[in-house]
Structures are given as structure tokens and as C-alpha cells.
Write a protein that binds this ligand. Structure first.
Ligand SMILES: NC(=O)c1ccc[n+]([C@@H]2O[C@H](COP(=O)([O-])OP(=O)(O)OC[C@H]3O[C@@H](n4cnc5c(N)ncnc54)[C@H](O)[C@@H]3O)[C@@H](O)[C@H]2O)c1
Ligand SMILES: C[N+](C)(C)CC=O
Length: 489
């Protein structure tokens, strides 16, 4: 088995320490690859390459049209190799290959979107308050960007960072989660093939507290963009203060899905399942807090439970599988404890609440899709991000109460409202404190619309024009066409 290497300064390299890590398929714990285990010294080497490429290389000055062309070529290559990428992602994360195929389409779309807008903002001329002067605003790259991604949507989250950073003329070092590096390695082969100059885009592999921590504290890094958990986000924010790095944080969520009695019942039930059980609930924007109008609670829960019982768990490469495993034994233990805590707090397991007993699933990190009823907003299970296939159900009687419950969270990533009353829907979303709100929809995102969190779900935005702004500095240039002495002194 050849070792998956890092890509630093245009070369494929092992870790300086020569250490490696086994990469595991969470469906059966089979070792599917061996990857270089970089650490702080590898990160320093990559940062130096990115620093040199920014300070002395041609990329920041390359016309935006040309940078866009190269990023467009990456999109073409991702489309060409999308099946290979999708299979790698599913082996690495356990998600169904159908879900991974959807991710690859989205990823190519993100590179394509930023390629297309690369040269669309040529700056702005300001109406100067002084005659014989020109005042203009231009956008410039920030510099060297550190980028850190999580294991749940490895390449998708990377694409939201790589594409805008590159078209804006930055250089970068990205570090994937140490447990899911495979699609990052493959996409760097495509980045090389597309003609991105050596040193501009660098890939470091390895653990968060070594390689990742170096990216956040190193003073040669000008911007750090992180997607992951809130605890890590806080550490990165602290480390980044050393040189006041620009900071973008995409953190967790505990997202409400509010169902009014006048919602289209069958669709709302169906989408409440989609909101949570895709990728076994390991989605930052999963609608895990179901908030249902009291008058339909019993029917709604019964309909959910009937459907949940039939969800087919299994190998993501089997066409009939609807839900794969969790990512690791550690995460399975965390989800198990999370549900047990909920039960101790007074929640009732309406369905699931344990590992499956199917002998075919015993080698994987499976947990049954679960619905917990009798939940109240003060419970840990309602407030903490469980990041597993678990829905908690709360009830409300009035619109005000529904909004109060929806907003009762330290998080503010996303939320949904289901109703057939247009005015009520608009009133609700206006009051919901989240970066994305859906009316009669769940979990929908696309390259043109910004993504990010209110409150402790994060800082900054990815995707859309806002996602490009994160990677640009704004410079005002004032030109006095008729300089004269003032004779003040
Ligand atoms: N807001 C979003 O768009 C979004 C998207 C995907 C995932 N997430 C969140 O990500 C979390 C799950 O991902 P995870 O378990 O991989 O998160 P995590 O915070 O454990 O790890 C994320 C990344 O940070 C690195 N890391 C860990 N410690 C570090 C440190 N001290 N310094 C620098 N880097 C460090 C890890 O190696 C990994 O690459 C969930 O909370 C989920 O909600 C958010
Ligand atoms: C941002 N999203 C929904 C793609 C993945 C969150 O975990």
C-alpha cells in the first residue's frame, strides 16, 4: 500500500518524521490507506512555501481572468474524476456513494462558480470630495491562508475554502481532518494537473493539535479559515490572535425544524427525516431539534417512527443502503452517551436509542436512527450538538412560543419552518437568529448563496460573493493630481 503524501511547494513528500497513519473505513474498520502523518514541522515547511509564493511568486499578480481559468480547469478535472472521488469519500467517511456523488457535483459547482466570478469585481471609483484627484477602491488578496477542514464533508468543505482563496490570488496551506484525507490528496493531484504554480496551494496531513495548531499560531499566516467543532474553533481563535490573523469560523449547529399544524403533513414528515438522517446526522445544519405544534404532535411522531423503523442501514456501496455508519468508535461512544444522558434527563426513546443488533453491521460504527420525545429546552440533549442520527421533539402552542424555542440555543447556524401560511412563515424567519433559514425546505445550500452562522456557530461567511470577500483585502487608493504645499508648518 503506497503512502498518501503531502503536497508542499509543488512536490509530493512524506512527513518529515516519516510517520504514517492508517486510514480506516468506518463501515468495516478495514485499513483502506496509509497517509503521511505530518506535524508542526511539516506545516512550517508548507507555510514557508506559501509565504515565498505569495511574496515573490507570480500568483497574486496573475490576472484574475487567468486565475479563474485555472480554477475552472480544476472544476473540469473534478467532473472528469468525480466517480473516483465519490468512491474515495464514501470509503473514508462511510456515507452512501449516492450522497458522495451529490457532494462531487456540488464541489465542481463551487470551483465553477468562483472561476466565473473571479474577474467580475474590478474595483470601484469613488466620487472624491476634492477636485483634481482620483479615489478608487481595489480588492487584493489577503496573503497566506491556513485552512482546516472536518471529517464529515471533507472535500466539500475544502472546496468552499480552496476555490475563493485561489481566484482571489492568495497562497494557502490546507489541512484535512487526519481521519479523512483521501479526497484532499486526490484533488491536489488535480490542482497540480490544472497548472496552479508550485507553492501556491499546499497540502499538509496530520493531527489538529500539531499540524493544525501550527497553522493557527504561525505569524507567517495572514488568515485562518476553520470548519469544525466549537471547542477547536475557540482554540484557533485564541491562537490566531498572536498576529491578529483574519479569521473565519464555520462551527457547529443545533438547528430547529419548526412544524406548524397547517404544514403539508406528509412532506413535512418526509423532510424531517431528510433533515437529520442523511450521513447519519453528521451534518452541521441537521434539523435535530424538531419543534412541533402540540395539536399534531402525536400523529407527527407516529408517522416519523413508522418511517424511521424502515431506514436501511448498511454499506454505502450497496444500492439499498439509506444510512451509513458514524465516523469512528469514539464518535459512536459519544452519540451513545448523548442519548443515555437524554433518557436520564427524562426523554423517551420513541424509536432507536441503541446500536443495531444486525450481525452484518457489527464491524461498523452504526447507531440506529433515533427519535426522542418528551424533550424540553433545558435538557442537554436539546442544547448540545450530538452529531448523530438523533431527533429531539419539543412542542409549542403559539407562534411566539415556537420562535422562542427555536432561538433558545448558543448556536445560530440554520433552521427551518414548515407552514402553508405565507405571512406566518415570513414573520417566523424574520425573527429566527440563524445564518440560513428555510421555509418548507431543509438543508439546501448552493454556491451563489452565503453560508455561515449567527451566535456561536461562527464568524464570517463561505460561498457566494461573501465567501470571496473573506479572502480579499480592500484597499483605497487616493491620487492627488495637483499636489501643492499646504504651508501649515
Ligand atoms: N458550520 C459549518 O458549515 C460546518 C460544516 C461541517 C462541519 N461543521 C462542524 O464540525 C464539527 C465536526 O467536525 P470535527 O469533529 O472534524 O471537528 P474538530 O473540531 O474536531 O476538527 C476539525 C479540524 O480541526 C483540526 N483540529 C483539531 N484540533 C485542532 C487544534 N487545536 N488546532 C487546529 N486544528 C485542530 C482537526 O484535525 C480537523 O482537521 C461539528 O461540530 C460540525 O457541526 C461545521
Ligand atoms: C455545510 N454542510 C451542510 C455542507 C455540511 C455541514 O456539516
Amino acid at each position: 500500500m503506497s503512502t498518501k503524501q503531502q503536497y508542499i511547494d509543488g512536490l509530493w513528500v512524506d512527513a518529515i518524521s516519516a510517520k504514517t497513519r492508517e486510514i480506516i473505513n468506518p463501515f468495516n474498520q478495514e485499513v483502506i490507506a496509509e497517509a503521511a502523518e505530518g506535524d508542526a514541522s511539516d506545516a512550517q515547511k508548507a507555510i514557508m512555501a506559501a509565504r515565498n509564493a505569495f511574496d515573490q511568486g507570480s500568483w497574486p499578480q496573475t490576472p484574475a481572468t487567468e486565475r479563474g481559468r485555472i480554477v475552472g480547469k480544476i472544476a473540469d478535472l473534478i467532473e472528469r474524476d468525480s466517480e473516483e472521488l465519490a468512491e474515495l469519500e464514501s470509503h473514508d467517511t462511510g456515507k452512501t456513494v449516492e450522497e458522495s456523488r451529490g457532494d462531487m457535483e456540488d464541489i465542481a459547482g463551487v470551483f465553477r462558480y468562483y472561476a466565473e466570478i473571479a474577474d467580475k469585481d474590478g474595483g470601484e471609483v469613488i466620487d472624491s470630495p476634492v477636485s483634481d484627484s482620483v479615489s478608487r477602491v481595489v480588492k487584493e488578496p489577503v496573503g497566506v491562508c491556513g485552512q482546516i477542514t472536518p471529517w464529515n464533508y471533507p472535500l466539500l468543505q475544502a472546496s468552499w475554502k480552496l476555490a475563493p482563496a485561489l481566484v482571489a490570488g492568495n497562497t494557502l496551506v490546507i489541512k484535512p481532518s487526519e481521519i479523512t484525507p483521501l479526497t484532499h490528496v486526490k484533488v491536489f493531484e488535480l490542482i497540480e494537473e490544472a497548472g496552479v504554480p508550485a507553492g501556491v496551494a499546499n497540502l499538509v496531513l496530520g493531527a489538529g493539535d500539531t499540524a493544525g495548531a501550527e497553522l493557527s499560531r504561525n505569524t507567517d499566516v495572514d488568515l485562518i479559515s476553520f470548519t469544525g467543532g466549537i471547542k477547536t474553533g475557540k482554540k484557533i481563535m485564541q491562537a490566531a490572535s498572536v498576529n491578529v490573523k483574519k479569521l473565519a469560523l464555520e462551527l457547529g449547529g443545533k438547528n430547529p425544524n419548526v412544524i406548524f399544524a397547517d404544514a403539508a403533513f406528509d412532506t413535512a414528515v418526509d423532510q424531517a427525516l431528510n433533515a437529520v438522517y442523511f450521513h447519519a446526522g453528521q451534518i452541521c445544519s441537521a434539523g435535530t431539534r424538531l419543534i412541533v405544534e402540540e395539536s399534531i404532535h402525536d400523529d407527527f411522531v407516529q408517522a416519523l417512527v413508522d418511517r424511521v423503523k424502515n431506514i436501511k442501514l448498511g454499506n454505502g456501496f450497496d444500492d439499498t443502503t439509506q444510512m451509513g455508519p458514524l465516523i469512528s468508535q469514539e464518535h459512536l461512544d459519544k452519540v451513545t452517551n448523548y442519548v443515555e444522558t437524554g433518557v436520564q434527563e427524562g426523554a423517551t426513546v420513541a424509536v432507536g436509542g441503541q446500536k443495531p443488533d444486525d450481525p452484518a453491521l457489527q464491524d461498523g460504527f452504526f447507531y440506529l436512527p433515533t427519535v426522542l420525545t418528551n424533550c424540553t429546552t433545558d435538557m442537554d440533549v436539546v442544547q448540545q450538538e450530538g452529531f448523530g442520527p438523533v431527533i429531539t421533539v419539543e412542542t409549542f402552542k403559539t407562534e411566539d412560543e415556537a420562535i422562542k424555542l427555536a432561538n433558545d440555543s448558543i448556536y445560530g447556524l440554520a433552521g427551518g419552518v414548515w407552514t402553508s401560511d405565507i405571512a406566518k412563515a415570513e414573520r417566523c424567519v424574520a425573527r429566527m437568529r440563524m445564518g440560513t433559514v428555510w421555509i418548507n425546505e431543509v438543508n439546501f445550500y448552493f454556491p451563489h448563496a452565503p453560508w455561515g452562522g449567527f451566535k456561536q456557530s461562527g464568524i464570517g461567511r463561505e460561498l457566494g460573493k461573501a465567501g470571496l470577500d473573506e479572502y480579499q483585502e480592500t484597499k483605497h487608493i487616493y491620487h492627488n493630481l495637483n499636489p501643492e504645499p499646504d504651508h501649515w508648518f
